[in-house]
Design a protein around this ligand. Structure first.
Ligand code: APR
Length: 316
């Protein structure tokens, strides 16, 4: 890819830019933030690591969008992060204003871009970006499931003392307390997890996964997680840039899949060169389906808090 823009040069955005550079996923990586000096300083610092790390992606920082023109992919991390005691929904109104403004800038300058949304509350922000940009659903994808499954897999690997590489898992639903880890699709090198761990212990690990973000916030106190979130974004970007067609759990706009319509929710997605290639529908138990519906309702509730004018198309 020629150019990837990362909006928001905070913890998640800067870490994303660094990983994108290390993997040489674009010739140019533009880091944008409203705080003067921060994107320029972080970008220059990263570019100065290039001779040591041996990558040729040029990292550039800016406060305006001039240098983002013609980006093929834009990662949006701009916003405020959670503080202890805050839910992702507490961020809703503040971050909606930010995401709306950022999306308006992107649409005009990079009309063909694929947007990867990271700002929380994720599913509502992805919906907002799709509405404001007028982009098709193929080009607006939210990062949540890859992170949630990574947490789930890391906890199970610790518990069983096995390699994280051998863990396959799927987490559906909204990013947050209503996420739906699918225990029936969790395997260790093909062995169903239920044969290796008792149900009570699995339930405890599922709960720890649900609270995974809050656990990090409690430790950090002044912000939220960023190493694993940035790694998750970059895995999605890599599947797109290299047209790998990986099946990754992402937040995507459902159009009838899983019996839901016009709502962003975490589902298994195939990601390739044009963005979202396909949503895969997997069989769910009645319990999992009910949990997914509950999760969908939580996302609908967040979207309802934002007024209709928030979703008006840019320039319309
Ligand atoms: N345009 C560009 N950048 C902005 C804007 C804006 N309108 N508003 C805020 N920012 C920048 C801030 O200046 C800050 O540098 O977004 C950055 C956010 O960085 P952090 O506060 O470090 O937050 P971070 O941990 O990176 O999380 C960002 O991702 O995971 C989610 O919940 C998290 O919504 C949050 C987002």
């Amino acid at each position: 890819m020629e150019k990837i823009t990362v909006v928001g040069a905070g913890h998640v955005g800067a870490t994303c830019a660094q990983l994108l550079g290390l993997k040489e996923l674009a010739r140019e990586i533009v880091l944008v933030d409203i705080v003067e000096g921060i994107p320029q300083g972080k970008a220059l610092d990263q570019w100065e690591s290039a001779p040591i790390e041996g990558f040729d992606s040029r990292v550039i920082g800016a406060n305006d969008y001039g240098s983002t023109d013609g980006s093929e992919l834009v990662v949006v991390t701009a916003g405020v992060a959670r503080k202890p005691g805050m839910s992702r929904d507490d961020l809703l109104l503040t971050n909606a204003n930010i995401v709306r403004g950022v999306t308006e800038e992107i649409v005009g300058r990079s009309p063909d871009a694929i947007i990867v949304m990271v700002t929380n509350p994720l599913d509502a922000m992805a919906y907002l970006a799709m509405k404001v940009s007028g982009f098709p659903r193929e080009r607006v994808i939210g990062m949540a499931g890859v992170l949630d499954t990574a947490r789930y897999r890391s906890f199970i690997a610790m518990e069983l003392d096995v390699s994280v590489e051998d863990l396959q898992a799927l987490v559906l639903g909204g990013h947050g307390d209503t996420m739906v880890p699918l225990v029936s699709y969790t395997t260790v090198s093909g062995i169903p997890l239920t044969q290796l761990l008792n149900r009570k212990r699995i339930d405890e690990l599922v709960q720890r996964t649900r609270d995974g973000g809050a656990e990090i916030v409690r430790y950090l106190k002044t912000g939220s997680a960023y190493y694993a979130p940035a790694a998750a974004v970059v895995q999605m970007v890599e599947s797109i840039v290299r047209d790998k067609k990986r099946i990754l759990p992402c937040s995507a706009c459902l159009q009838g899949e899983y019996g839901l319509d016009g709502i962003f929710l975490g589902v298994p997605c195939k990601l390739g060169a044009s963005g979202l290639l396909e949503i895969l529908e997997v069989e769910l138990t009645a319990e999992e389906r009910a949990a997914l519906e509950k999760s969908a309702q939580a996302v609908r509730d967040s979207v309802a808090v934002l007024g209709a004018e928030t979703f008006a198309r840019a320039g319309a």
